[in-house]
Design a protein around this ligand. Structure first.
Ligand code: B1M
Length: 212
């Protein structure tokens, strides 16, 4: 369908206003909302993710595409919920205590939402207990933590320990990421999963929730 290709192309180009306009037109035309999401936005964002991985595009392009994705999701989210589309699973997402970097976390959030997860973004500077409380309150089986600073990375371990103290380790899983985080660091603190980038975070979340 030409409309979906146009949405994809404009998302890849980071044209948020045009994506908004095209999605409104597609919805008005009666194109299925999930088709618009999957074959328009998600397909476009997957191209962006792959190009970023191959270093064909850089951060500004990813951020513009992210903004376009966010604009598109704002229109589709309420329609998807009213259409009763079942989310793949709930994820609590935040940047750890003492850390206000949120660009990477927001990209992870957009990719997870785009893939069909329900993301509860609890923001930045999140204390270990706040991650655990949010997961308990929301009944979420997965916590995602982002950290960018050498001085805050240990808060991931503190959160995993808080999960263990609450008797929830194993029941609620922990996924970690951020510039300084590595697979071996994730293993050393007992995290259930690590993803190096926002695209891989989607596959890791699927894996941790037993969806693949
Ligand atoms: Co800051 N900062 N910063 N900063 N900052 C870094 C991180 C730094 C490396 C810069 C440097 O010195 N070269 C350095 C950290 C050094 C270190 O500890 N090793 C640093 C510092 C020191 C600081 C301050 C302490 C500076 C100061 O005040 N003296 C201060 C700390 C504030 C605080 O948090 N308490 C500070 C402040 C800031 C700004 C507020 C100005 C701004 C943040 C704005 C914002 O986020 N809203 C900022 C920025 C922009 C950066 C740099 C330039 C860019 C970070 C970024 O957004 N990268 C950064 C230098 C750099 O990285 N080049 C730097 C792009 C983003 C898409 O990547 O977040 O890694 P990233 O996310 C990736 C992956 O890591 C992964 O997916 C994302 C997309 O692929 N990922 C996950 C991330 N989270 C994940 C979670 C997952 C899975 C994957 O699962 C849950």
């Amino acid at each position: 369908m030409d409309e979906l290709k146009e949405i994809q192309a404009n998302l890849i180009e980071g044209q948020a206003d045009k994506v908004t306009e095209l999605i409104q037109a597609a919805v008005a035309k009666g194109i299925d909302v999930e088709t618009i999401l999957n074959e328009g936005l998600i397909a476009g964002m997957a191209v962006v993710g792959e190009r970023f991985k191959r270093e064909e595009i850089y951060l500004p392009e990813v951020l513009f595409a992210g903004r376009a994705m966010k604009a598109g999701l704002e229109i589709l989210e309420p329609l998807l919920l009213s259409a009763g589309a079942k989310p793949l699973g709930k994820i609590i997402l935040g940047t750890v205590q003492g850390d206000v970097h949120d660009i990477g976390k927001n990209l992870v959030s957009i990719m997870l939402k785009g893939a069909g997860f329900e993301v509860i973004d609890i923001g930045v500077d999140v204390a270990p207990e706040a991650f655990v409380d949010a997961a308990k309150q929301e009944g979420a089986p997965l916590i995602g933590m982002s950290a960018l600073l050498g001085t805050t990375i240990h808060c991931m371990k503190d959160t995993i320990e808080a999960l263990a103290s609450a008797g929830l380790k194993g029941q609620i899983r922990a996924m970690v990421g951020g510039a300084l985080v590595t697979q071996s660091y994730a293993d050393s603190i007992g995290a259930d999963g690590y993803a190096p980038d926002a695209v891989s975070a989607v596959d890791k979340a699927r894996e941790l929730l037993g969806l693949i």
